[in-house]
Design a protein around this ligand. Sequence first.
Ligand SMILES: Cc1cc2nc3c(=O)[nH]c(=O)nc-3n(C[C@H](O)[C@H](O)[C@H](O)COP(=O)(O)OP(=O)(O)OC[C@H]3O[C@@H](n4cnc5c(N)ncnc54)[C@H](O)[C@@H]3O)c2cc1C
Length: 757
Amino acid sequence: MRATVTPVVKDLVLVGGGHAHVSVLRRFGMKPMPGLRLTLIARDVHTPYSGMLPGYVAGLYSHDDCHIDLGPLARFAGARLYHAEVEGLDLTNRRVLVRGRPPVAFDLLSINAGSRPRTLDVPGAAEHALAVKPIDAFLENWEALIARVVASTGPFRVCVVGGGAGGVELALSTQYRLRQVLGSRGDDPNRVRYTLLTRGPEILPTHNPGVRARFVRVLAERGIDLRTDHTVVEVTTTEVRSVEKDSVAADAVLWVTDAAAPAWAEAAGLAVDANGFIRVDDCLQSVSEPGVFAAGDNAALPDPRPKSGVFAVRQGPVLADNLRRAATGQRLRPYRAQRHFLGLISTGDRYAVASRGNWSAEGAWLWRWKDWIDRRFMAKFNELPAMAGGEAPELAAGLADGAAIRELSTLAMRCGGCGAKVGSTVLSRVIQRLPIGARRADVLIGLDAPDDAAMLAVPPGKALVQSVDYFRAFLDDTYTFGRIAANHALGDLFAMGAEPQSALAIATVPYGRERVVEESLYELLAGALATLEPTGAVLAGGHSSEGAELAFGLAVNGLVDPDATWRKGGLQPGDALVLTKPIGTGTLFAADMRRRAKGRWVDTAIASMVLSSQSAAECLRRHGATACTDVTGFGLLGHLVEMTRASGVDATLRIEAVPLLDGAAETVALGILSSLQPQNLRLRRAVRDLEAAAQHPRYPLLFDPQTAGGLLAGVPAERAAACIAELRSLGYAAAEIIGHVEPRSEAEAPIAIDVRA
Ligand SMILES: Cc1cc2nc3c(=O)[nH]c(=O)nc-3n(C[C@H](O)[C@H](O)[C@H](O)COP(=O)(O)OP(=O)(O)OC[C@H]3O[C@@H](n4cnc5c(N)ncnc54)[C@H](O)[C@@H]3O)c2cc1C
């Protein structure tokens, strides 16, 4: 999370991490525009590079070779990364509608969300064919298809629908891979039979006759049955039916037809062409909506070109420049698409055909050249230069005008103390917008009738349990940060065996224009609500102020039967130690700040941090847990030490059994640790035979501070296996028995670490 040194004046929202936007991000990272806040909303955190996909499918590249990791790239650009799917636009209020989370406000919007093959208009295609886009879904299904082919016996018929470059490349690369897989298993590679269907009289209609002739020959050499003039009208589980042609029997159908536009752009009222693609002028700006830009496949340019990644890539620099210009009210510059471009189309077997204008060539050297070009392109995004540091940046010239300048001049004189509070109109607008659903009879005065303070009733026979947590944002996604902060705070209640009742929020949002402050506060509180309400807790009030950086926390109240409270001190000798979630958030987010964590690792960590411990606590209760705590800032070992000391017992921790978040072992091996780690390490005195334990590669993770970590509990040994099985069925997939409790011994240190596998 970058501290705000310049107030946010305008919001630029990028929808989709396509080929043009990755270049926009890189350029803004190289030359930031202070005062312009970037937000990237992307459905996939690892965005595939189209040029290398056939090679990946053919088994020539790894996943990371051909995917751009948007996590480090967004951080490099200073952009907030919202991993989510856009499902609409509210152009009147200038907000992007996002599935499962609050809308995102924009001043400038850029859409590079690609396209998908047209399946909806052919009956059965959506159900029975494997569409090549979205690519991630295709790649998952592709692995499943390989498994199906391996498990089959006799001929396996694959039908590829679509004779453009994508269809031809995919037919050749998938066939190559399937043959390789079967051959390596001693199976007959030739039992995979391929048919390629295309609607027109020839394949590769946008390429020259020489290229077409070469591919007709290659397809024939590879035994792929090419059938032209086949307009597919229906797909079933066993065949592909075409108009006035014989049906083609198929055990699997790959669908690589014309590109279709995302439906939401047209539904929002943006001007689109006959196929639903966003109509832009030659500066890539929507012809109907100033301040909205589009590039790549989803854009319809005045001088159209084929839907190809090459053009999306070329549009990137012009788009970046025009977004800067639009932010400062400067004249935009036109994008001039090249008339001829070099296409290198692979045949799947480390061989390629080149196409440019009327020229063509082929050879293994062309594949090597293509490989070199593609890897060099990928390196630009996956090996980013060091970030510029130093002086606090000035507001970019020309970014603020009129009302913005008046607002900003008051920002410079903002007071501390109560003067730092978020204004009452902003606050009441936020509260009105919040989707507050839950009410509780024991919350006598809450946000629905705000007063000087909330008023809570404690039902007879119950005790009130309270806890408070507050911390600086460690990720740029404000809504998700709100969810995690609330979940972190609630963890203390679950660890006490309490039922959440209410919460008071305390928020610091970065200085900025009123609208920006409102959106930040709204996203934080909407995130907190999304976590609180399913647990039965209501948001009863809070305090908000402006400050240099985003920070958030909650005071949470829970109700508990005083006789049924869990304490740290209840562990019994013989208990199994059960941990409900994997550890590693400290090192992973330290690595994320340094752009060393993969986007998918951060994603998995976030999924773990938003997972509520409520069901886990209920499950532990059913299995007779004797003591419980939530694993947070002191790390797993620190919290275990607290429990053993309070219980007067010793414990053995099986280090190999401790569940780890994806990537945590890798980031620790790189020496990347949380800044709190050194303080936590002081607890190593509580470990016996320290030298042996300290050699273990997982040892540093025992001291890794956790955010919204899991519950650590003692469970009677005879119930532990059933408890773990139930926890896993409830969604705590990594729940594990990580050790056991022993009677207090003579040894000074209470913890033994078992390093055996
Ligand atoms: C098999 C195959 C091979 C190809 N080979 C080549 C080739 O060699 N060279 C070439 O130039 N072209 C090739 N193409 C074409 C190429 O894939 C596309 O033209 C190119 O990917 C379009 O780029 P784009 O930037 O517009 O969008 P994309 O690359 O599709 O990126 C769109 C991004 O937006 C995200 N997104 C989509 N919807 C949403 C949403 N609602 N909310 C948030 N995010 C969203 C996606 O996750 C994705 O990251 C090939 C196509 C296929 C099918």
